[in-house]
Write a protein that binds this ligand. Structure first.
Ligand code: GLY
Length: 372
């Protein structure tokens, strides 16, 4: 398969997302046009560094580019003030200048943290995203949301800072554990559900072969997801309206993640997949979409071997009222109203501010009681 390009036309912040196999090896040729001198600083994590840093260094060296790299601890805990300070000071120690380039090599944690470090370093240096997880390739590396978590919550400190280039190397997905791959697939399904019924049908047909490793299918799924995200971000970069549709399933997901401790019990993409199912359940319950749609979505997630219901989450969960309280803390709450992305059909989502809390509570009561 050829390398494909999705352009994100944001004026003087426009950039390309390059998608395909072998991009790590050709990273030097890809980034060279952006460099004012043949030196880059790479931020990564220790796990990704073991798998992919030598490949990136070789790819850059092939174009005569020197690399300095800092590997931070792997995991969500890195996405905070301590490692942000460490990364930013390290970039200064490397004498990273205004015209230099920072490379983020990793999943969502590294992409968000390195992007934010680049945003605040010398009031903004350019950075390149090289996402190494499916979730980062289809979602977090595109669109310029960067930031860290604080004691008060996730992603509450950050900046919009668009990358100068994104290199989504499909080969890197083969080192992911199946569970992490499928968690990222939760975000892929989200794109079909929020805005492209034909893509969802394609996923129903091709999802299992894609998960089993078919590179062509993987490339198509990443490209279609990135095209959709690029379109939405171009129309609404700072989430004044349409970009909120990317939060389909996320109001439920964030509450479930908070309830399960943001850890191994429930990965973000797993929570999003369950949350998308609940958003369609709620839409059906409110008479907005056909009654059979939640079952169809659940059937696809189950066919993929994914968690699809609250009963698939191990360990105790709070009662409906407790989950509602967690939703009320979400940063998407406006003037005390919980916002949901609901749907009139597959691919037909919209933001709803006026969902009756009793309907959400009744849905959660029923879904929780099915846990037995
Ligand atoms: N991940 C949602 C967004 O980028 O807006």
């Amino acid at each position: 398969m050829q390398i494909e390009t999705v352009h994100v036309p944001l004026g003087d912040r426009a950039y390309d997302v390059r998608i395909g196999a072998g991009l790590l090896a050709s990273a030097g040729a890809e980034v060279a046009p952006l460099l004012s001198r043949r030196k880059v600083a790479v931020l990564t994590d220790e796990t990704v560094a073991r798998h992919h840093l030598p490949g990136l260094e070789a790819g850059l060296a092939a174009a005569g580019i020197e690399t300095a790299a800092l590997a931070l601890p792997a995991g969500e805990g890195t996405k905070g003030w301590t490692q942000l300070a460490r990364a930013t000071e390290w970039l200064l120690e490397q004498r990273t200048e205004r015209d230099d380039l920072v490379i983020a090599l990793g999943g969502g944690v590294i992409g968000d943290l390195a992007g934010f470090a680049a945003a605040i370093l010398r009031r903004g240096v350019r950075f390149v995203q090289i996402p190494t997880t499916l979730l980062a390739q289809v979602d977090s590396s595109v669109g310029g949301k960067t930031g860290i978590n604080t004691a008060q919550g996730k992603n509450l400190v950050g900046a919009f800072h668009q990358p100068a280039l994104v290199l989504a190397d499909i080969d890197l997905l083969s080192t992911l554990a199946p569970r992490d791959f499928l968690a990222g697939y939760g975000e892929v399904v989200k794109y079909g559900l929020l805005g492209d019924a034909a893509f969802f049908e394609w996923l129903e047909l091709n999802g299992p072969a894609l998960a089993a490793g078919d590179a062509g299918l993987r490339q198509y799924a990443v490209r279609r997801s990135v095209e959709m995200k690029a379109g939405i971000v171009t129309r609404d970069e700072t989430e004044q309206g349409e970009r909120a549709l990317l939060n389909l399933g996320h109001t439920f997901a964030h509450a479930l993640e908070a309830a399960t401790g943001y850890g191994d019990r429930l990965l973000h993409g797993e929570a999003v997949a369950i949350g998308c199912g609940l958003a369609f359940d709620l839409s059906a319950r409110l008479g907005l979409c056909a009654q059979e749609l939640p079952g169809r979505i659940g059937a696809h997630l189950q066919a993929m071997g994914m968690k699809s219901r609250l009963s698939d989450i191990p360990g105790p969960l709070p009662e409906a009222q407790g989950l509602l309280a967690l939703m009320a803390q979400d940063k998407k709450v406006r003037a005390g109203r919980i916002r949901f992305v609901l749907a009139r059909g597959i691919g037909e989502s919209f933001v709803a501010e006026d969902v009756p809390q009793e309907a959400v509570k009744a849905l959660l009561d029923e879904a929780l009681s099915a846990r037995g």
